[in-house]
Ligand binder design. Structure first.
Ligand SMILES: Cc1cc2nc3c(=O)[nH]c(=O)nc-3n(C[C@H](O)[C@H](O)[C@H](O)COP(=O)(O)O)c2cc1C
Length: 325
């Protein structure tokens, strides 16, 4: 099956993954202008009580800046953007956020942690497509039954709530029954890894953590630097932080006064998007920093445009290297 046009005209076959707290309009606009799909979780747009919805303001700003860019650069228009909806029972804002995204005709909807037909219907009704993230074939089948257009396979090594499966196993099993849009995530941080994802059978790579180490990301400078200074062995996989398994930077766990090797187990009932850091202290995401295992490739904090240019250069070089074999 061919890719929907909205995903096939990108400079690089890459969708930048939504990241709690980290992804906001500055990051999304820079990603789209650089030619890859930019995205943010709707929940990142938080207003104080009584204020108008910040999500509305963020969408308006993204649309206006990308429009201006497209008028000034008709030969290199920006890539489309995506909004991530956390479809979880503790996300009390879901219905309101769906209505705002529907009104703004958001072109790509990324859904996580639950597949619901009404979210897919809202996206389709305004001309959008939905991509649902999954960690195994059971969830993949459910997402498709509920009407998702495409899948994001979140494999081992991904930042945030990662899956436990090898990308080779996950992609091969999904491709046995699904020939629609398939994105792969988990420790993809070089252009060669983007090409590898395609060689494996995915259509696009889904990349999160490397974009934390950019000036446009909404993250503590120490978090950005820790990513530059760390590698795969500095990542701890644990369910103790939010209740479901995720990958985190061990030095941030130590800085929060905890022992990364003695964290205990987590309880899925802990997961709470009304208070996403969890009720306990220290707080997940703001003090204990999520990160994927691909960051050995990230050596410096550089602008998004440079990171995408680097990925594009590596992607072309990897293609040439493989073609010459
Ligand atoms: C700090 C952080 C926060 C994240 N927050 C979200 C989120 O709010 N919603 C979501 O669907 N995925 C979230 N993710 C997962 C990413 O969307 C993506 O699956 C992951 O970053 C891909 O792996 P990589 O970081 O190795 O590239 C988060 C990841 C990180 C690192």
């Amino acid at each position: 099956m061919s890719l929907p046009p909205i995903l096939s005209r990108l400079r690089l076959p890459v969708v930048a993954a939504p990241m709690f707290i980290v992804s906001g309009p500055d990051l999304v606009i820079a990603q789209c202008k650089a030619g890859i799909v930019g995205s943010f979780p709707a929940l990142n747009a938080r207003e104080a009580a009584g204020e108008p919805p910040r999500l509305e303001a963020w969408l308006t700003r993204i649309e206006e800046e990308l429009d201006r860019h497209n008028q000034a650069n008709p030969d290199s228009p920006a890539a489309p953007f995506a909004v991530n909806q956390i479809v979880h029972k503790t996300n009390a804002r879901l219905q309101r956020d769906i209505e705002i995204c529907h009104r703004h005709k958001v072109p790509i909807w990324i859904t996580s942690l639950g597949a619901r037909p009404e979210v897919n219907e809202a996206a389709h009704d305004c001309g959008g497509i939905t991509l649902h993230d999954i960690i195994n074939v059971t969830y993949a089948r459910k997402a498709l039954e509920k009407g998702a257009d495409g899948l994001i396979a979140v494999a081992a090594g991904a930042g945030g709530h990662a899956g436990p499966q090898s990308p080779f196993a996950l992609v091969q099993e999904i491709r046995a029954f699904f020939d629609g849009p398939l994105l792969l995530s988990g420790a993809i941080a070089t252009g060669g890894a983007v090409l590898a994802a395609q060689a494996m059978g995915a259509d696009l790579a889904y990349i999160g953590s490397p974009f934390i180490a950019t000036p446009e990301a909404n993250a503590d400078p120490a978090y950005k630097q820790m990513i530059c200074d760390s590698g795969a062995e500095d990542i701890v996989t644990t369910a103790a932080i939010t209740g479901i398994s995720g990958n985190y930077l061990a030095p941030s766990i130590r800085n929060a006064g905890l022992d990364p090797v003695a964290l205990g187990t987590g309880d899925p009932a802990q997961l709470d998007f009304a208070s996403p850091g969890g009720s306990g202290k220290p707080k997940a995401w703001s003090q204990i920093w999520g990160c994927g295992m691909g960051i050995g490739a990230v050596e410096a904090v550089i602008p998004v445009a440079d990171r995408v240019a680097q990925l594009a250069g590596e992607y072309a070089a990897a293609k040439a290297r493989i073609a010459a074999l």
